[in-house]
Design a protein around this ligand. Sequence first.
Ligand SMILES: Nc1ncnc2c1ncn2[C@@H]1O[C@H](COP(=O)(O)OP(=O)(O)OP(=O)(O)O)[C@@H](O)[C@H]1O
Ligand SMILES: [Mn+2]
Length: 581
Amino acid sequence: MLFEHRGNVSVGCRPVIHCRNLGSALHFCCSVSGWARARWRRRRRARDAKRSRSRSPEDHARSPIAPRTKTARIMLNMKLKERLALAVSAFLVLFTLMLVVDLQMDYGISGHRVPLHGRVSNADTEDKGRSAYIEFRKRFLQKSNGSNGSREYEQSAPSETSGGGVEAEPRTPAPPTDRYEDLQRILFIQIQGKAEDHTVIIPPHRDLNVLRPDNPNIGEMEDLELSLNASNLERFQLKIAQHELYEEEEPLVEHLLKDMATSPILHVEQKEGGTQLKLIIDYPNGVQALFKPMRFARDVQTLPNHFYFSDYERHYAEIAAFHLDRILGFRRAMPVVGRVLNMTTEIYDVTEGDILKTFFVSPANNFCFHGKCSYYCDTGHAICGNPDMLEGSFAAFLPSSDIAERKVWRHPWRRSYHKRRKAQWELQSDYCDTIRTTPPYDSGRRLLDLMDMSIFDFLSGNMDRHHYETFKMFGNETFTLHLDQGRAFGKAFHDELSILAPLLQCCLVRHTTLSTLLKFHNGVSLSKVLRDSLKKDPVDPVLWEPHLAALDRRIVIILDAIRKCIDKIDTPLQNEVNDFV
Ligand SMILES: Nc1ncnc2c1ncn2[C@@H]1O[C@H](COP(=O)(O)OP(=O)(O)OP(=O)(O)O)[C@@H](O)[C@H]1O
Ligand SMILES: [Mn+2]
């Protein structure tokens, strides 16, 4: 409005608005206007008076000049302060307008600048957000250091299903920076027999699994003789000994695996007990196997909202866990092999009873069935062939209870199996002190076996260890069976530290187990040895690569934990707090 005046003052001010130095321009404009205003006002008043005398009131109303004159009069009547305020606000409005136009150039009009700006600024925020998150997480984990019993080591592919491909390529692990020479030294001294007893690492001369004063097998214990046409499974079963299921390099294991993978299937029936569907497979000559069907591809991971107790069983986990148990030198898991079945001829045609009623053809024309069990035995969770070929795991059958009865033990570090309740070991920091003084954990090999089981389960990510079993005839001084690994290998990018709770709370490990872990850490990696071992299986590749990679990562975590335990006894005062679990 100010710049619409035609008088000297406004004309005099107009160029000023284009000046870059607004402050001095305004000052100039206003000092000029002060002098000119009085003169102009006098002249104007005289002219207006003349005009109003010569015009009628109607003329006055009709005249287009009238409002402008009025405005000008208002302007002239304004005080200097008011005019200055007006000038500043007008400038501000203009300035804002210019800004808006400039912004539009950035985000709307200019086709080049939009994506560039967008990308750069987004990446910046994301990067900052992510690194801040990682930093926070790192600090949080350092601070809590597993006080809640669970620590995550998430890697770059946290998707639930990752379709094989590029991600599944084996990564070359970086050479180990820490060879754990301190731990190696302790083992070396123990081997030389010079060592005193160690509270964390139990030397071979104190370990019944190494000493084995007696190691009878089932055949000897039961006085059973093998018939000439005895199957490989019978031979295997009678050779099960007090301290291990089978000897190192036992040739029967390979024979047994071959039998289960190739022998004709005579009969199938659903196994009672357990929560998920399992079939008992009958082969010629009385050989039996426990079949777990394939439900998902190898790279389908545990659903994030599933508890360990509602996780699906994975057939490949049973196969991989058997190999892992053997490689680690435990030999406490029954041999398991993979095989692809024809559902029509090798299941449907050779079974009877209620299970038959659960077979159907899916909309995708695949042959399916769901059986009857308490978890996932319904149409929505059916087991489907492709179109009628079905893969599964076949575990060699344990000797019947007529020959070798088993004792079922409640695992002291059992989880609560309730979505809100916590188990005793999660609440009591000195929980192991209680267990150590309770039979059968107060002497012999049992507690050490649970430490091995904890390591075995941590490596494979198996949280489902509610019970364990032993052969009754061998009493308490016998190995613990590694049965039911169906829920292992479910989360490749997460290391569940709470599985290690027994080891972390008791600070106890076998010399032989530690030695095996160090051998893999410093030599040929566990992932490589397991990958090579699994190559012999008919359904190889058995494990998704990230699961194999996880093993090498988890070994380091176990070694760190053992070192921490030793530090604790060396400097007890500094480590009073049980800061792992
Ligand atoms: N190889 C085997 N031979 C004979 N019996 C077996 C074998 N493996 C497991 N069993 C028996 O079958 C039972 C159920 O097996 P498993 O635990 O694998 O099934 P599950 O459905 O996973 O059970 P749960 O849901 O209780 O974990 C076991 O408790 C065990 O006694
Ligand atoms: Mn199970």
